[in-house]
Design a protein around this ligand. Sequence first.
Ligand SMILES: [Ca+2]
Ligand SMILES: [Ca+2]
Ligand SMILES: [Ca+2]
Length: 396
Amino acid sequence: MKRIIILFFIGLMAVLSCRKMQPKASADDQILDGPVEGLTAEEKLQFIRGDVAFNDEVFTAETGLGPLFVSTSCGNCHAGDGKGHPFTTLTRFGQTDSTGNKFLHMGAPQLQNRAVINFMPEQIPAGAASTRLTPPANTGMGFLDAVSDADILAMADPNDADGDGISGVPNWIHFKDYLHERTGIITSGGRCIGRFGKKSGAYDLLQQTAGAYNQDMGITSTYEPYDTYSGHEIDPEVSNQTLLDVVLYLKTLKAPVQRNIDDPTVIKGKQVFMQIDCGKCHVPELRTSASPIAALAFKAFSPYTDLLLHDMGPGLDDGYTEGNAKTNEWRTPALWGLGLSKNSQGGQYFLLHDGRARTIEQAIELHGGEAKNSVGKYFSLSGQDKQALIKFLESL
Ligand SMILES: [Ca+2]
Ligand SMILES: [Ca+2]
Ligand SMILES: [Ca+2]
């Protein structure tokens, strides 16, 4: 079985890398791995270096892998920069309420289920809650990164003042001292607003990247210097230059291109989407603020997210908290690229945080909590309107 899985991935990679090599732009709207337009020559070079580090650099014990790790490269989990398959989930464990994680001394929160030779992989301790997360797509991250804190906060409605049943909140996370890049950072009680990760556990792409090197591959950096096994501070195993190349690569990966935008059914589907309040969380358009990358500054873009946490009801409760995010809370995922996710998920959809939904319809039907009213409206749509909605979602 393992071998079949590996062959499947090799096949998948081959397909994805052939696509990348196709010279003509006709398939451009099918591909996620490409830079945004308008980069400087220097940014383009850095993008390429970051692409190589992200996709091609496979770590071994000799180059610092582990000793405890989950996978050997970023690209292993984020193949083609699209959504990952449930074969490549991350497991986190421990925290069951926001008072803290009592399993920290047992390797929580992240499970490193693999180890280099002579080391024992971690196991989930008895009594700990655990969650399994599928890898999200990495596209258009720079746009999301350049939205101002103030704009995110403006979308929040913690006490549901407008009475529509939706009360998005930011995840207030602990501020790490190396996080300085954004201008206009809003803090509260020493915490800042998280926006990356399924529970918004990371403030920016530097934190996400340094954390992934450390926790997913056991690769230390000056930002995250602690060894996954001993917990001791050790010399960096990835240079700051490479890490920042990867951050720039993530920032400048283009946003997915919507397809069939002139199709009347797609246009109708978007109307339905807005009518039944999907767009209250999956906000169709956001704007970036200032950015050191000129191509990203002050741009309107269409991610279909508010970057806020929502109570999604008991069905999607994973029993695990992160920062201020409760067990039933998830950050609204961007819907751009949704229709392309099958390409990187082996020809089938695996949607929601753990990949449990195998169709778009199922993903909608599993919404609860704050999305209850919206899903109620979905269930009372005519068959034709439902089809239009799905067709619109597939065009994203
Ligand atoms: Ca290491
Ligand atoms: Ca661990
Ligand atoms: Ca509200």
